[in-house]
Design a protein around this ligand. Structure first.
Ligand SMILES: [Zn+2]
Length: 237
């Protein structure tokens, strides 16, 4: 009976270890923060895309302005506009065109800087996601390794346990299992030095006398904690 209790306590401990691996906590936290990083990276990508599109539009506007300026300037230089009024209008148009090009070039520079800043943010977030993925891979590997080892130990405990259980009466096993469920995993305890190994209380002489008188196959229970009491050499009877 006590051998069974010892193996069951060991199995409980192994299962506890299995469900409380430090990797599990870190994986959970990291999975949450990775999701957050990934969302932020997606947002940053949208910002980069929008700014890049804006930059292309401005590039195109600048390009068109320059082409028109070159064309108009050529017409002025070639002297094809003979009417002084038309020439005057063309020159003032060229001036305002030049102002527009300058404004667009300033905007272009500004947007280029914004693209650069947004791209840096995106790169940083992307590399953080990659780092999180690498760490998650390491943690999962370590978790699986530990779980594999613990499962092997649990299998070994189960293999040791089976013949012991088979050698005990079914109703005693049923009582023991019920007590284990109710009493923190300990269903049977040794009576050692007149003390219950389950609740640590000393038995009074009358109880001890009763136990001493009981048959060796009779199931003894602690009056205090109800656990199965197992008589051992050092019981003090
Ligand atoms: Zn007890």
């Amino acid at each position: 009976m006590l051998d069974l209790q010892e193996l069951d306590a060991k199995a409980d401990q192994l299962r506890h270890q299995r469900s409380h691996l430090p990797e599990l906590d870190e994986i959970e936290q990291l999975t949450t923060s990775r999701k957050d990083l990934d969302n932020r990276a997606r947002d940053a990508q949208i910002v980069v895309d929008d700014l890049t599109e804006e930059q292309s539009k401005i590039d195109l506007d600048v390009e068109q302005g320059r082409t028109r300026r070159t064309r108009d300037q050529e017409r002025v230089d070639q002297g094809v506009i003979s009417n002084p009024k038309d020439l005057q209008r063309m020159l003032s148009e060229l001036e305002s065109l030049q102002r527009r090009i300058t404004t667009l070039e300033d905007q272009e520079l500004e947007v280029m800087e914004q693209v650069e800043t947004a791209q840096k943010e995106l790169d940083s977030l992307t590399s953080q996601v990659t780092a999180a993925d690498e760490r998650l891979t390491t943690l999962s590997g370590s978790r699986d390794e530990k779980i594999g080892a613990l499962d092997q130990e649990l299998d070994a405990v189960a293999a040791d346990r089976a013949p012991i259980e088979a050698g005990l009466p079914a109703d005693l096993i049923a009582l023991y299992e019920k007590l284990r469920e109710q009493k923190g995993g300990v269903g049977a305890a040794p009576l050692r030095a007149r003390q219950c190994g389950g609740c640590r209380l000393s038995l009074d002489p009358a109880e001890l006398a009763q136990i001493k008188a009981a048959g060796s196959d009779e199931v003894i229970r602690c009056e205090e904690c109800q656990r199965i009491l197992v008589r051992v050499a050092e019981s003090g009877l």
